[in-house]
Design a protein around this ligand. Structure first.
Ligand code: NDP
Length: 273
């Protein structure tokens, strides 16, 4: 089976392709990158309102000429809309920019203190209406999930968190798995920094694969959804060529042992945006 056709079934039965294309900081290249990705077989795109490129994602999906139901689109509720109480407007705006009448997966982007309950209630309402096929969270630690689960009617389908060989997120993953929440890895390549790690390069040589392919395969074999970003066609293509080999348990463990709980992005308990 091609990697593009491999899906994970979320806790509400919705299927998400395990490999997606991330478009954070893809800028004006977003439309071209997404069109190319769809043309070679990607069926999952990860964007967010704050990335400012939902319109380009929507255009690319239209111009790629595939059925809307054959592509999985994730977008996210931005912090300002949580603080300002404009969650409904935010969802409507994303739908308009994406040129679609539904979103496959809608996430709370960051755990904005004191605003999670109200935001989740609006998301549950849109989920119930069928506008959001699945709802989830991003950058939630156990404490944030504990809070949300204490009042949620709908359990989040996904927690999208920073995860890479330098930040393997084992305790949080164990918690999520126990609660039926799928783990999705953002900055899966540690923003490219992990690509020059010696252990990764040594393993890459052994399998005759690129460092990125080794890391992406490691995420997938760890049962994570993974959304590497690139605006370069050769990388978008090569990042998807991960279905013709399998890492041994020893090599999986060697990569996991690179963990140093090192974040490239912000701490979910202490972010300033
Ligand atoms: P990644 O770990 O995906 O790394 C992206 C970087 O690696 C880019 O500089 C890219 O460069 C480079 N790269 C990609 N593939 C290769 C390759 N094969 N060889 C060499 N370099 C490569 O980091 P991101 O931070 O972009 O994370 C991925 C996605 O996760 C985002 O795009 C976004 O969708 C999501 N995300 C979500 C967050 C959240 O808070 N929920 C936060 C951050 C990201 P180039 O493009 O020039 O090829």
């Amino acid at each position: 089976m091609r990697i593009f056709d491999v899906t994970k079934t979320l806790n509400n039965g919705v299927k998400i392709p395990v490999l997606g294309l991330g478009v954070f900081k893809s800028g004006q290249n977003t439309k071209r990158a997404v069109e190319y990705a769809i043309n070679i077989g990607y069926r999952h795109i990860d964007t967010a309102a704050v990335y400012g490129n939902e319109d380009q994602v929507g255009e690319a999906v239209k111009s790629a000429g595939i059925n809307r139901k054959d592509i999985f689109i994730t977008t996210k509720l931005w912090n300002d809309d949580m603080r300002n109480g404009t969650q409904r407007q935010a969802i409507e705006k994303s739908l308009e920019l994406l040129k679609t009448d539904y979103i496959d997966l809608y996430l709370i982007h960051w755990p904005v203190k004191g605003k999670i309950a109200e935001s989740w209630a609006v998301m549950e309402e849109y989920y119930t209406k069928g506008v959001l096929r699945a709802i989830g969270v991003s950058n939630f630690l156990e404490s944030h999930l504990d809070e949300l689960l204490s009042y949620a009617s709908i359990i989040p389908a996904v927690n999208q968190v920073e995860c890479s060989p330098f930040l393997t997120q084992e305790p949080l993953t164990e918690y999520c798995v126990k609660k039926g929440i799928a783990v999705e890895a953002w900055s899966p390549l540690a923003k490219g920094v992990a690509l020059t790690n010696e252990v990764i390069l040594e393993i890459a040589k052994k399998y005759n694969k690129t460092a990125a392919q080794i890391i992406i395969r490691w995420h997938i074999q760890n049962d994570r959804i993974v959304i590497p970003k690139s605006v370069h066609e050769e990388r978008i293509l090569s990042n998807s060529l991960v279905d013709d080999f399998e890492l041994t348990i020893e090599d999986m463990n060697r990569i996991s042992a690179l963990n140093e709980n090192r974040r490239m992005g912000s701490d979910p308990n202490n972010f300033n945006f």
